[in-house]
Design a protein around this ligand. Structure first.
Ligand SMILES: Cc1cc2nc3c(=O)[nH]c(=O)nc-3n(C[C@H](O)[C@H](O)[C@H](O)COP(=O)(O)OP(=O)(O)OC[C@H]3O[C@@H](n4cnc5c(N)ncnc54)[C@H](O)[C@@H]3O)c2cc1C
Length: 386
């Protein structure tokens, strides 16, 4: 594409391939995910058959290059998939998000050829990944992590605990950050690929959450956990770079999750406003209702522009740090506002579990917390604009 063509293509205009991909994911979400949403939320359990279907459709290995059995897609396609799935269930959206934008992404960029040949085909076929950075005492201040990795012959021995790890229950591969030298500060941080079967590795407490309840969030426990040195991802002491770079990209995925959530909630609210009658009219005939829905639609469109722009910048190799932080921050705000207003549009029916907006309202809260809280996004934005 030359510069002239690039200038004339609107950001939200999809190519033929992107449109077909979006339609496929939308249909899959409506036909296969929708019937499971309430049950999975109540059981706090991701449906195993659904996870298999996500693999079969290629949605868990979107960015895995074709030579390793993946779909060989770009980052923007992953963003489209996360948006469409999250419009139906943001808990499934984050499963796909962590797999693609954090785990696969980290391996595509940092794994050796040997590591890629070993793990990429698994991640594309049937293996869920998780990404373990946070600990009890290190959340926003992630590089204050305390999990230790000590070299012993050809192995590292890991000791410590990770907290809040998404996908932990379903995952078999974990990208884990530990320090090889606490006195070196962030320069001691090293990334490892840990397999579930590793001696000394176990899952701890599973969290009982406010929202995205079908998505598992667990503690990871490392007790003299033996990890071969060949499973270091990237260089020893360069884990901080892997974390920073993957999370910068992951943030766009969370922006897409929240964009999808907001669009999903808006769709429910608009349908309800057309069907529900009060004072002898459909709710949508009242101007106050029209204006609320119009305002929400405008905010969703603005969030979509920010998310798509950040994703397309990433795919074209441009700088996207500011745009990623802005899209995550803004889409989070929009998701919370739209989900809240959608509950109000439903009235009493919005407050009960028989209708989908109650769940979306609960699900929206996570967006201001994970992959960098809203304050952390503002800190990044401020650093870059001031
Ligand atoms: C459901 C869920 C899933 C998660 N999944 C993962 C995962 O897969 N992998 C992973 O590694 N982590 C994961 N996390 C952890 C998540 O990234 C952290 O919770 C998040 O980074 C915030 O850290 P914290 O909880 O320790 O809060 P804190 O860092 O203690 O923050 C508490 C409050 O203080 C504010 N604050 C902190 N520092 C500052 C500052 N300098 N200036 C102003 N305000 C500040 C924050 O904005 C926040 O409002 C998950 C968390 C949840 C809840």
């Amino acid at each position: 594409m030359d510069d002239q063509q690039r200038r004339t293509i609107p950001l939200t205009q999809l190519t033929e391939d992107e449109r077909m991909f979006q339609a496929t994911v939308r249909r899959f979400a409506a036909e296969q995910i929708l019937p499971l949403v309430r049950g999975m939320d109540e059981a706090q359990q991701m449906d195993a058959g659904l996870v298999r279907q996500l693999f079969e459709l290629g949605l868990m290995g979107i960015a895995v290059p074709e030579e390793y059995g993946g779909a060989g897609g770009n980052f923007f396609e992953a963003i489209l998939a996360i948006e469409e799935i999250s419009a139906v269930d943001p808990a499934v959206g984050v499963l796909v998000d962590v797999q693609n934008t954090l785990c696969v992404n980290a391996l595509v960029q940092w794994a050796t050829e040997e590591q890629k040949q070993r793990w990429m085909p698994q991640l594309a076929a049937d293996t869920v990944g998780a990404y373990a950075l946070s600990e009890a005492a290190s959340g926003s201040d992630a590089f204050a992590l305390q999990t230790r990795a000590v070299r012993r012959g050809d192995d590292y021995v890991l000791n410590g605990q990770k907290l809040w790890i998404t996908n932990a229950k379903e995952a078999r591969l974990f990208v884990v950050f530990a320090t090889v030298d606490p006195s070196a500060g962030y320069k001691g941080i090293t990334a490892f690929v840990v397999e579930k079967e590793a001696a000394g590795f176990s899952l701890g407490k599973k969290e009982d959450k406010l929202g995205i309840r079908a998505s598992s969030t667990c503690e990871l426990v490392f007790r003299d956990c033996v990890v071969p040195a060949s499973q270091v991802l990237g260089e020893v002491g360069k884990g901080y770079k892997i974390a920073i770079e993957t999370l910068n990209e992951g943030r766009i995925g969370i922006g897409a999750q929240m964009l999808g959530l907001a669009a999903g909630a808006w769709g429910h609210a608009a349908r309800w406003a057309k069907e529900r009658r009060q004072f002898g009219k459909a709710l949508v005939e009242f101007q106050a209702m029209q204006f609320q829905l119009a305002e929400m639609a405008t905010e969703i469109e603005a969030a979509r522009l920010l998310v798509y722009n950040a994703a397309r910048l990433k795919d074209t190799g441009g700088d996207f740090l500011k745009e990623a932080a802005m899209c995550k921050y803004f889409a989070s705000q929009v998701a919370e506002r739209v989900a809240s207003l959608s509950v109000e549009v439903f009235g009493g029916a919005g407050f009960v579990k028989d209708y989908p907006v109650e769940k979306l309202y609960r699900d929206a809260k996570i967006c201001t917390i994970y992959e960098g809280t809203s304050f952390m996004q503002l800190a990044t934005i401020a650093k870059l604009v001031l």
